[in-house]
Design a protein around this ligand. Structure first.
Ligand code: GTP
Ligand code: GTP
Ligand code: MG
Ligand code: MG
Lengths: 292, 281
């Protein structure tokens, strides 16, 4: 782990007597390595280590009796700071219904997390409507319907023959008529470089004016996390991140990268396949995990 | 990257950056750059274009070291060739099975699918849709059934109907879940009872967007079920799937296929030279 490596780095050095800036550089190389191995983006790592180094050199790591611990403390604080100290709740619309649009790459967990959010919000006393706007993936509508049945939440669908923009628009009108709130719109997975499908999301957004556009991202995503998130953010204006499959052992550096570059707040963590496996985001926990 | 006139330190730094950005990982990136540096110094290389060719060969060799381990696939008359597809959640297993079915059909083989994911919502429906589209029979039980029972049935049906290739879909599972990993071995035993050599192919699907966790996935799945081949799905995206190098180096498991889209035709055989060229050459 990083703390082991830093203990080793500084341990060797403290035998020599006073620490120097070069010694801190050695420690920073270990920090860099730890972050890259945790899938933190290359450029984000560079900026992050520079910020840590500045604090380390300025802040008595050099004079500390436990330099490794002091350095780890700084890294941890910086991680928490970047990840977002405050938990940001879901936005509330000017007038109902609250509309949540789920977007992201193929297989990231959008459909499952649409169900999880519906269950979570119903437990808070709301009356959710799920919307099946993925008309492409085989049995995607069935998948959402099956999840809806499990938790007894209605699913608005128009099969696979209708345009997702119309499905979403009709669903919101339906929700308003029936008093559903929130409306959670599941969409098909897509590549951020797929112009036609990105335009489809823009059209859906313009049609239903969502309260939140949630980017659903897999915790094991590597270096491309930033490029992907940036593209979705530039085109749509992402308002929140859902980090999924955190019940695995992926370190989750993608979350730091996405947050650092786009500023999008992490709103939820997915921790399993069952519909109750949804947790709020705690920056200290994610920081500890990224650090290893 | 190599279109510069001077072979200097900046080239090595840029190289390390590009490798890491391709998810090759810190460890393997360091080794590749160090090896290149050594060759350049030893052979007194001055031209960046020559350095480029050295690195390209280095990277191809790394992958070929694993690819040459690829077991020759022998299809025996009257014995179904069983392919078991495994991997973590959402990587592209079910879609890849559709692609493999189409692939084997192009060789004139009869194909059958087994809906071994009885857990996830509409997983059976999803595979059934693919079966209909490809005119391939799908053996399925009801949602929540024992996957072992489905596999048992499929092995019998494949034998009875003289099927050349049986492809078994399994539920996505995180390698950190001990009981789910143990289930894979149980499925393998059921196959072996019917056909001694089955499953002749155990294909691990890895998502090209996966970072360093991909290596752990490969290592852990290999411990549970002897992976024979790896497929990198979603290479049509911007992620380069560089974890392939660590997997080749650490496990020696051949990467045999790549997924390049969401249609049944979006499958290609993995070729180290083509893949390395696609990175940044
Ligand atoms: N272990 C675990 N599995 C998850 C989690 N979230 C989703 N999954 C699983 O990941 C797989 C993909 O989930 P989906 O909800 O179908 O993903 P998707 O983004 O809707 O996929 P597409 O619609 O094809 O883009 C399924 O097997 C889910 O059960 C999670 O937090 N933990
Ligand atoms: N762009 C692209 N998408 C792919 C590729 N392979 C699969 N997908 C998509 O990835 C998503 C997940 O694919 P599945 O086949 O359901 O993945 P899986 O591993 O079976 O998922 P689980 O069974 O839930 O674990 C779907 O939206 C597929 O269309 C590929 O090569 N390229
Ligand atoms: Mg989906
Ligand atoms: Mg599947």
């Amino acid at each position: 782990s990083l703390s082991d490596r830093l203990n080793e780095t500084f341990g060797r050095l403290s035998k020599k007597g006073r620490l120097t800036e070069e010694d801190v550089d050695g420690a920073m190389r270990e920090v860099r390595r730890a972050l890259l191995e945790a899938d933190v983006n290359f450029k984000v790592t560079k900026d992050f280590v520079a910020a840590v180094r500045e604090r380390a050199v300025g802040q008595d790591v050099l004079r500390s009796l436990t330099p490794a611990q002091t350095a780890i403390g700084i890294v941890n604080e910086e991680l928490v700071r970047v990840l977002g100290n405050e938990r940001e709740p879901l936005r509330v619309p000017d007038r109902p219904p609250q509309i949540l649009l789920m977007v992201g790459l193929q297989g990231s967990g959008k459909t499952t997390h649409s169900g999880k959010l519906a269950l979570h919000l119903r437990k808070e006393g709301r009356n959710p409507l799920l919307v099946a706007a993925d008309v492409y993936r085989p049995a995607a509508v069935n998948q959402l319907q099956s999840l809806g049945k499990q938790i007894n939440i209605p699913v608005y669908e128009e099969g696979t023959g209708r345009n997702p923009v119309d499905i979403a628009g009709n669903a919101v009108r339906f929700a308003i008529d029936r008093g559903h709130n929130p409306v959670i719109v599941d969409t098909a997975g897509r590549l951020q470089i797929d112009e036609r499908l990105m335009q489809e999301l823009v059209d859906i957004r313009d049609r239903i004016r969502p309260t939140e556009i949630l980017l659903v991202a897999d915790a094991m995503t590597g270096q491309e996390a930033v490029g992907v998130a940036q593209a979705f953010h530039d085109r749509l204006g992402v308002t929140g991140l859902v980090l999924t499959k955190m019940d695995g052992d992926a370190r989750g550096g993608a979350a730091l990268s996405i947050r650092a570059v786009t500023g999008v707040p992490i709103k939820f963590i997915g921790t399993g396949e069952k519909l109750d496996a949804l947790e709020p985001f705690y920056p200290e926990r994610l920081a500890g995990r990224i650090l290893g | 990257l190599f279109d510069r006139s001077v072979l200097d330190e900046e080239l090595y730094e840029d190289l390390e950056m590009l490798l890491i950005q391709a998810d090759v990982g810190w460890d393997v990136s360091q080794k590749l750059v160090a090896e290149l540096r050594e060759r350049v110094d030893r052979d007194r290389i001055k031209d960046p274009a020559d350095a480029r060719e050295i690195l390209r060969q280095e990277m191809i060799l790394l992958l070929e070291f694993a690819t040459r381990n690829r077991k020759v696939k022998i299809l025996q008359r009257g014995v179904p060739f069983v392919i078991m597809v495994v991997g973590v959640n959402g990587v592209g297993k079910t879609t890849s099975i559709a692609k493999l079915a189409a692939y084997h059909q192009r060789f004139g083989r009869s194909v059958m699918l087994a809906a071994g994911d009885t857990f996830r919502a509409a997983a059976i429906d999803q595979l059934s849709v693919w079966g209909e589209r490809l005119k391939v029979p799908v053996i399925a039980h009801q949602q929540g059934a024992d996957p072992g029972a489905v596999v048992f049935d499929a092995m019998q049906a494949a034998h009875a109907r003289n099927i050349d290739v049986l492809i078994v879909d399994t539920a996505g599972r995180l390698h950190t879940k001990y009981n789910l990993m143990a289930e894979l071995e149980k499925l393998r035993k059921i196959m072996r009872r019917h056909v001694e050599t089955a499953p002749q192919e155990v294909l691990l699907v890895i998502d090209a967007t996966t970072g360093q966790n991909g290596l752990i996935q490969a290592q852990e799945f290999a411990k549970s079920v002897d992976i024979t081949d790896i497929m990198i799905a979603k290479l049509d995206g911007t992620a380069k799937g560089g974890i392939a190098f660590s997997v080749a180096k650490e496990l020696g498991t051949p990467i045999s296929y790549v997924g390049t889209g969401e249609k049944a035709t979006d499958l290609a055989e993995f070729r180290p030279d083509t893949y390395v060229d696609s990175l940044f050459f």
